[in-house]
Design a protein around this ligand. Structure first.
Ligand SMILES: [Zn+2]
Length: 139
């Protein structure tokens, strides 16, 4: 028990009162800062900015990693695979028409979802104080 410092104890106490996750995730979906909801979270299409331009909340210690890609594949696959089967069984279109429509649909949906899901994951990490988004650093 002696190895725990007073600072670690204080951080553990502040973690009892987490930030609101749902508003933060909504801001993340809009690729805005989960803290203030005004500043931009993304510097480009997928690159997370170093910090919020409005409230100076730092984002550099996020750990989204492969999470956004995993969720994108999960959602696109679960939407498009049953739809593809339904269209094939019901209408029997030409294979090239199927390939064109569903290929374009999968690419478009993936490009739409990927940055938004990255924003959601970074905002979730912020709300839960994960990976350096500790509560003691919040102003
Ligand atoms: Zn902000």
């Amino acid at each position: 028990m002696e190895q725990y410092s007073k600072q670690a104890y204080d951080m553990a106490q502040t973690e009892i009162h987490p930030r609101d996750t749902l508003p933060a995730v909504r801001h993340g979906w809009g690729r805005r800062c989960p803290s203030c909801g005004k500043g931009r979270m993304m510097q480009g299409y997928l690159k997370v900015a170093h910090a919020c331009g409005e409230c100076r909340q730092e984002f550099y210690h996020h750990r989204a990693d492969d999470g956004p890609a995993y969720l994108t594949i999960l959602i696109v696959g679960h939407l498009m695979a049953p739809l593809l089967l339904h269209v094939f069984v019901t209408y029997r279109p030409d294979p090239w028409v199927m390939l064109a429509i569903f290929g374009l649909g999968c690419i478009t949906l993936s490009l739409y979802l990927l940055p938004r899901l990255k924003g959601v994951i970074v905002a979730f990490q912020w709300a839960r104080g994960m990976h350096g988004f500790g509560y003691s650093r919040q102003t």
